[in-house]
Design a protein around this ligand. Structure first.
Ligand SMILES: O=C(O)CCC(=O)C(=O)O
Length: 208
């Protein structure tokens, strides 16, 4: 079921500001993984959501599954390292994240992957970002969420109890350390009326 986005009352009048990244709370997971969370990092997130819906050339993809080809249940657009981003706020966010994490990460965030979950039926299955260096090296994936909140789950690769985060309306979640190869993450479908959400993932060169 599709539900229109209801803007947060706390979202100001559309100007975008970033909160201090030093306020992010880190949870250390096992096997060398960690997650930083900073709710409401971005103000003006609902205005950004509206602009991204209109300005990003969203693509519907299909992928083989067993003996069929199925729709990927979300719309996508990936911005390569030197590709202009669709909104100046994304460039500002990437710069802020790089300034804060660079010492620990050892390199800048370069790419931006955008996913548009139109309603609760859109989702992404359990996976780690293991195309490229994420399969063998520690890295970070910084996710900024705009639009309606969705559950983002993490679980240890190979099985174990999952951890649930609720992300939307300008929240920041950063997966770091070995997280992409030792843990998996997913955004499950929701049976409840669920508004649209856009996830913006910043990664380093060679990680996807
Ligand atoms: O929706 C999200 O924030 C997660 C997206 C994701 O895991 C992916 O595109 O690889």
């Amino acid at each position: 079921m599709s539900t229109p986005l209801q803007g947060s009352l706390l979202d100001g009048f559309g100007d975008t500001e970033f909160g201090p990244l030093r306020d992010a709370r880190r949870t250390v997971l096992d096997r060398g993984a960690w997650v930083d969370v900073l709710p409401g990092w971005l103000s003006g997130a609902d205005a950004l959501f509206d602009r991204l819906v209109d300005d990003v050339p969203w693509k519907a993809e299909r992928r083989p599954m067993y003996d069929r080809v199925v729709d990927v249940p979300r719309l996508l657009k990936f911005y390569e390292e030197h590709e202009p981003l669709p909104d100046p706020v994304l460039a500002d966010a990437r710069r802020e994240l790089t300034a804060h994490y660079r010492r620990e990460l050892g390199e800048p965030f370069t790419t931006a992957g955008l996913c548009y979950y139109r309603d609760g039926q859109d989702s992404v299955a359990w996976h780690g970002d293991t195309f490229g260096r994420g399969a063998t090296h520690d890295t970070m994936v910084a996710i900024v969420s705009v639009g309606a909140p969705r559950a983002l789950l993490l679980r240890p690769r190979g099985g174990g109890e999952s951890i649930r985060y609720q992300v939307g309306h300008g929240d920041l979640l950063v997966m770091g350390g070995s997280c992409q190869r030792t843990w998996e993450h997913a955004v499950p479908k929701s049976r409840r009326p669920t508004g649209p959400r856009i996830s913006i993932q910043f990664r380093t060169r060679g990680v996807r």
